[in-house]
Design a protein around this ligand. Sequence first.
Ligand SMILES: Cc1cc2nc3c(=O)[nH]c(=O)nc-3n(C[C@H](O)[C@H](O)[C@H](O)COP(=O)(O)OP(=O)(O)OC[C@H]3O[C@@H](n4cnc5c(N)ncnc54)[C@H](O)[C@@H]3O)c2cc1C
Ligand SMILES: NC(=O)c1ccc[n+]([C@@H]2O[C@H](COP(=O)([O-])OP(=O)(O)OC[C@H]3O[C@@H](n4cnc5c(N)ncnc54)[C@H](O)[C@@H]3O)[C@@H](O)[C@H]2O)c1
Length: 494
Amino acid sequence: MVFRVRPAGGLWMAGDNYDYDLVIIGCGVGGHGAALHAVGKGLKTAILTGGDVGGTCVNRGCVPSKALLAASGRVRELRNAHHLKALGVTVDNVKYDRQAIADHAKNLAAKVRSGLENSLTGLGVEVIPEKGSVKGPHEVQAGSRVVRAKDIILAPGSLPFVPRGIEVDEKTVFTSDGGLRLDSVPEWLAIVGSGYIGLEFSDVFTALGSEVTFIEALDRIMPTFDPEIARLAERLLIRPRSIDYRTGVFASEVTPGIPGEKPVTIKMIDANTKEHVETLEVDACLVATGRVPNTKECGLENVGVEMDRGFVPVDERMRVLTKKEGVEVVPNLYCIGDANGKMMLAHAASAQGISAVENIIGRPHAVNHNAVPAACFTHPEIAFVGLNEDQAKDKAKAEGFELGKSTGHFRANSKALAEGEGDGIAKVLFRKDTEEILGVHVIGLHASDLIQECANAVAAGQTVRELSYMVHTHPTLSEVMDSAFKGAVGIRTH
Ligand SMILES: Cc1cc2nc3c(=O)[nH]c(=O)nc-3n(C[C@H](O)[C@H](O)[C@H](O)COP(=O)(O)OP(=O)(O)OC[C@H]3O[C@@H](n4cnc5c(N)ncnc54)[C@H](O)[C@@H]3O)c2cc1C
Ligand SMILES: NC(=O)c1ccc[n+]([C@@H]2O[C@H](COP(=O)([O-])OP(=O)(O)OC[C@H]3O[C@@H](n4cnc5c(N)ncnc54)[C@H](O)[C@@H]3O)[C@@H](O)[C@H]2O)c1
C-alpha cells in the first residue's frame, strides 16, 4: 500500500485509473466512520448518501431517541414528588409541551447531521447524494453514472421489521420512525416487542403519561437481556409504572385506527398453539420487533453474493463472502454495520468501518465484538458487555471451568444514595481459574457510562484481579464497579 500526501488545497488522486480509491455506499455512522478514517489514511474517498446523511442513528435512532429520553426523563423526575421530597425539594404542577419536546429531538438530529456532513466535506470526502449499488468488480452505479473504485464498502444499514399481519400507518400504528416524531401522547399505547426499542419508548411514553401494554412473543419479558437483569428491570422499569404485559403471544393482526374515532385493534395468538387468545383495542401501537438489513438494492447479485435473510455475509475482517458458510472472499468488497448483522449498534458500525479501512490499507484488523458494550437508555439504564449469565454457565460447562460471579450494589454506594438512586446492581462474571472477565451487566444510574471501563478491560484482556487494584474516585458511581471487582477476589469494601 502506498500512502499519499494530500496536495495542498487539492483533491486526492486515485491510483490505477480508478475514480476513487474507496467508494462507500451508505452514510450512516458506519459509512461516516469509515470515510473519515479513509481520508485520514490518504485514500481518495467518495460516499453515496442516497440523500440520507447520518442514516438511522442520527435521523431515526440513537440521537432523537436520546433527546426524547432526556426530556421525558426530566418530566418523570420532576413529577416524582416522593423522590424529590426525600431530597428536600418540592416542585408543583410540572407541565410539558409535547411539540417542544418533539422539536428538541428533531432539531438535535438536524444539528448532528449537519456536523457529520461538515466533517466529511471539511476533510475532503466527496459526498454524493445518490443511491449506489454494486455493478461489478470495482464498479458502482451512482445514480445515472458509473464510478470506478479500487475498494468498495457497503454500509446500507437496516430498516424496521414489521411482522406479517401488522399494518403500519406511522400515525396510530407506528415503528420507531413514526414514534420518534412524537405526534401524540396516546392514553393507551401497546408496544409489540420488549427489546431495546420497546423498553426505551415505554420509558418515554409512561413518563409523558401514557399507559403501556407490552406484547412479547417469547415466554419472558425483555428476553434479550441477562435473565437476572431482566428480573430486576421488571421490578424497576415495569412494575412501578403504568405498564402491563403479555408474554408468549404474537400480535398476529394489527389494524390502524382513527384518532378520537376508531381504536387500533390488536389480535393476539398464542406463540405455540397459534390460537387466538385476546383482542385489544388501544389508542396507538408501536411495532418494535427488530430490524432487517436494507440490502435489497445493493446489487450484490452482480458479484455472486448469496445473502442470509438479507444480511451480507462477511468474515471477521469485514470482507464480503459469497455465502454465509462460504470460504470465498469477494475481492475489494467490504460490508459494515447493521447490514452484516454482527451487532446492530452505532458504535459497532463505526468500529467496523475503521477496521475495514485498516484491512484495505493492508493492516489486518478484526473488531473484538466480545468487547463491544451495549446500553439501553431507560431510567435507570441497563448496560452490558460480553456474555450473559446463561451463556457464561454454558461456556463454563463446555470448557470445564468454574464460573465466578460478584455483585456490587448501588444501595451501598454513597453517590447513588446522595442522588436518591440506590436501585440497581453491577455483576461481573469471570473464570475462577484465570480470572478472565466473561461478562459484566449493570442496571442502575448511569450504567451506560459505567460499562465503558469494563469494555476497555475486556478489550485489553485485563483480569478481574487487575481491575480490583485500580483506584476509583470517591464518591462516584464507579465505586459500584470497584466493589464488584474487589468482591470477585475476596477484598471486602464494606
Ligand atoms: C430507535 C432507535 C434507537 C437506537 N438507539 C441506539 C443507541 O442508543 N445506541 C446504539 O449504539 N445504537 C442505537 N440504535 C441502532 C443504530 O441506529 C444502528 O446500529 C446504526 O445506525 C447502524 O449504522 P449503519 O451505518 O450500519 O446504518 P444506518 O445508520 O442505517 O445508515 C445506513 C445509511 O445507508 C443508506 N443507504 C441504504 N442503501 C443505500 C444505497 N443503496 N445507496 C446509498 N445509501 C444507502 C440509508 O438510507 C442510511 O442512510 C438505534 C436504532 C433505533 C432504530
Ligand atoms: N440503546 C440501544 O443501543 C438501542 C436502542 C434501540 C435500538 N437498538 C438496536 O435496534 C435493534 C432493533 O431493536 P428492537 O427493540 O426492535 O429489537 P430487539 O431484537 O431488541 O427486540 C425485539 C423484540 O420483539 C419480540 N418480537 C418479535 N416479533 C414479535 C411479534 N410478532 N410479536 C411479539 N413480539 C415480537 C422479540 O422476541 C424481541 O423481544 C436492536 O438490535 C438494537 O441493537 C439499540
